[in-house]
Design a protein around this ligand. Structure first.
Ligand code: CDP
Length: 211
């Protein structure tokens, strides 16, 4: 069984994907980390994230980089969003994601194009979203919890810039896939969002069984 969880920055998709993984006993891949690793590798190589050849060369990143705490920063999130517009970069990361998706027993993947490109035949598809303000507020709290000094206005600007780039790019833009259920977490606690996600997945699985 494959479950696809897509959505914009700070929508809660990562938290929901992990909780679904625990609930259904499935391994989870945060595909954003792959794009973040490419972004960080470009930075370390002093390359230009907007230059396709530099970004593609960075796809060869060392797997140890996936554990680098620097991957989680907003700055690397922006770099990830810039390298991810290149078709060759997306292509270079496809096999890894499909291999994970098709492993025996099943898997959950979260990202931007899981239900549209990586696993369009997924058994269940959820698109997690939330208002820009709520998403910026979550990033703000996150930064405070990690001892940072966040600035709300720049967080809002960053999220809006990332949304625009992710939704308007030519290759694999962020969009709600056919057959996906929308889950707006703006006014939900984490527990409530997880319960709704489980209910949506169960309903999709049931519909498939009856089809
Ligand atoms: O956690 P957050 O939603 O902020 O970001 P992420 O999921 O780690 O993804 C970082 C960036 O990578 C996104 O803004 C996308 O541009 C890109 N990405 C993508 O293009 N396709 C994916 N499947 C996952 C991430």
């Amino acid at each position: 069984m494959i479950i696809a969880v897509d959505g914009p920055a700070a929508s809660g998709k990562g938290t929901i994907a992990k909780a679904l993984g625990r609930h259904y006993g499935l391994p989870v891949l945060d595909t954003g980390l792959l794009y973040r690793a490419v972004g960080l590798a470009v930075l370390k190589a002093s390359g230009d994230p907007d230059h396709e050849a530099d970004a593609l060369a960075a796809c060869d990143f060392d797997d140890a980089m996936l554990d680098d705490p620097a991957l989680r920063s907003e700055a690397v999130g922006s770099l990830a969003s810039r390298v991810s517009i290149h078709q060759s970069v997306r292509q270079a990361l496809v096999k890894r994601q499909r291999d994970f998706a098709t492993q025996p027993g099943g898997a959950i993947l979260d990202g931007r194009d899981i239900a549209t490109v990586i696993a369009p035949d997924a058994d269940a598809k959820i698109f997690v979203t939330a208002s820009v303000h709520v998403r910026a507020q979550r990033r703000y709290q996150d930064a405070l919890d990690h001892g940072g000094h966040p600035d709300m206005d720049s967080l809002i600007a960053d999220i809006q810039a990332r949304d625009t780039r992710d939704m308007s790019r030519d290759h694999a833009p962020l969009r709600v896939a056919d057959g996906a259920d929308l889950l707006d977490t703006s006014n939900l606690t984490i527990d409530a969002a997880v319960q709704q996600a489980i209910a949506l997945v169960d309903a999709q699985l049931e519909r498939r069984r009856q089809a």
